[in-house]
Design a protein around this ligand. Structure first.
Ligand code: SF4
Length: 503
């Protein structure tokens, strides 16, 4: 997952996308970038680098941006070089936004993955003489758009021509992706993959008098699109709606909005939002598909409690306290504790300066992070039966170490519960779980995972309870049940190449 944000209308668009990006930092910590376009000077401004957003953008760099439309990206690598510390050049090459000069000048950022990226890369070379320079699948998308627009806009530009060019991308690129982009002197475009796997939310606000004075050709409003509603809320935008699956949206230079959401309907493509947004990725204050992440996590706790109550009734477990594993599981742990009428205790203290372990790049860095990021309060743990709650168990690294830590702190028994069912299959749509060998539950029964983790009892929320909590049937659950909504027939190439590029 990555975080993307775009703003159109205010002369402070770059400052706003920067601030919006800060609210999306939890979606990716590898790199960040901003691209703005100034309709007055007809210039692009561009900066990107490896690192956290606040490190990449100093006040001096930010002050160099101008323009009424901007896009920004914070990166979570699922592709491209990872292990080679010396290969900073290759890593930098893959950072977003990306740009291409013809036609008009096109900028683009995306959140997601294209499963058939390597096939598209070959096709672009053999059929269009377009040589891609990076390992980032965004480069295939921007080249496809450039190719489509080049053919269609020789005499004039229109939304219909943009729409047809993007629909050609839908026909060719298989995966989950939300895209934001700029067309020099034309406007800002956005689109969401036909299944709506990756989120994208639209908001608007009135311009202030200061903004109107600074940009006399203003249209009275500014628009913002972002991966999560928390960024829109923070920037003062009223959330209008989620973009529909397969929707193409364009805001032209006069502030007129054009939209087409017919593609998925004509092709009868079912919506499939990624359930992992509610489970792990999204910020609790965000609302996706009109479902509050916070309320959904409360529901996870409530529904999991029903399954745990049965175990307690049968005498299989006897928890004394409910303990969240910070940070994501905290909300679910509160409702789990309330429902079970068992005290809630935060006895695992997080070192706030250590990054989220799941989105760190390598197994080695994840191991180190687990050891550094949590401390157990022994006096509250000693002699007790502890019910730990985490959002999910992906590789099992974090869970195993935490269980060891709680036992070392003197716990009597340690039960481990997860608000996500066993993750058995790789994700090809933007989440970094590419190889079944890395997934602890891929080839183990629940009892075997329990033994591997060293838990006295392992409890997963059921698939039906997960759906009930999110209150949707239109979910992607492929990493749980192997039912992939988008063709993954070329996943073998994708997996091989991705592994190769990490070594
Ligand atoms: S496979 Fe899993 S993580 Fe990937 S999009 Fe589907 S639900 Fe989300």
């Amino acid at each position: 997952m990555c975080g993307i944000v775009g703003v159109f209308g205010t002369p402070f668009s770059s400052q706003e996308v920067y601030q919006g990006l800060l609210l999306l930092q939890h979606r990716g910590i590898d790199a960040a970038g901003i691209l703005s376009y100034d309709f007055t000077s007809k210039d692009f401004h561009h900066h990107k680098d490896l690192g956290l957003i606040s490190d990449v953008f100093t006040p001096e760099i930010l002050s160099g941006f101008s323009g009424q439309m901007s896009i920004a990206h914070t990166r979570y690598s699922t592709i491209g070089p990872k292990k080679s510390l010396s290969n900073q050049i290759d890593k930098k090459r893959d950072i977003q936004p990306m740009m291409i000069n013809y036609p008009f000048g096109i900028g683009m950022v995306h959140n997601g993955n294209i499963v058939n990226y390597y096939e598209l890369k070959e096709k672009l070379l053999s059929e269009k003489d377009r040589h891609l320079f990076t390992q980032n699948d965004l480069e295939a998308l921007i080249n496809l758009l450039s190719d489509g627009l080049s053919e269609r806009t020789k005499t004039s530009f229109s939304f219909d021509k943009l729409k047809l060019s993007i629909q050609t991308i839908f026909d060719q690129a298989h995966g989950g992706f939300s895209v934001l982009g700029l067309l020099a002197d034309k406007g800002l475009y956005a689109f969401r993959d036909p299944h709506g796997l990756r989120p994208l939310i639209l908001g608007e606000r009135e311009l202030t008098e200061e903004e109107k004075n600074l940009h006399p050709k203003n249209f009275g409003k500014s628009y913002c699109l972002a991966s999560e509603s928390n960024a829109l809320n923070f920037l003062g935008y009223k959330v209008l709606r989620d973009l529909e699956p397969g929707e193409i949206l364009f805001i032209d230079e006069s502030g007129e909005i054009y939209s087409s959401a017919t593609y998925s309907k004509i092709k009868k493509i079912e919506p499939r939002s990624c359930m992992f947004e509610w489970v792990y990725f999204a910020n609790p204050e965000s609302v996706l598909e009109e479902r509050s992440v916070y309320s959904t996590r409360l529901e996870f706790g409530k529904n999991l409690a029903r399954e745990i109550q049965e175990l307690i009734a049968r005498g299989e477990i006897s928890p004394d306290i409910v303990v969240p594993i910070p940070e994501t599981s905290r909300v679910a742990a509160i409702s789990l504790s309330e429902q079970l009428k068992i005290p809630y205790r935060e006895v695992l203290i997080k070192n706030r300066y250590i990054q989220r372990s799941f989105i760190l790049n390598t197994q080695e860095s994840r191991n180190r992070a687990v050891a550094l990021k949590l401390t157990a309060i022994g006096s509250e743990i000693k002699g007790k039966n502890i019910l730990l709650l985490d959002d999910s168990i992906v590789r099992g690294t974090t869970s195993k170490r935490i269980i060891d830590m709680v036992k070392e702190a003197g716990a009597n028994e340690v039960y481990f519960a997860s608000t996500c069912p066993p993750i058995k299959y790789p994700c090809y749509y933007g989440v970094d779980m590419p190889d079944p060998k890395e997934l602890v539950a891929s080839s183990r029964t629940i009892e075997e995972v329990e033994a591997y983790l060293g838990a006295d009892k392992l409890i997963y929320i059921s698939e039906s309870a997960l759906k009930k909590s999110i209150a949707s049937e239109n979910l992607c659950m492929a990493c749980i049940n192997g039912c992939y909504p988008v063709d993954v027939s070329c996943a073998a190439t994708f997996k091989t190449m991705r592994t190769l590029h990490r070594e």
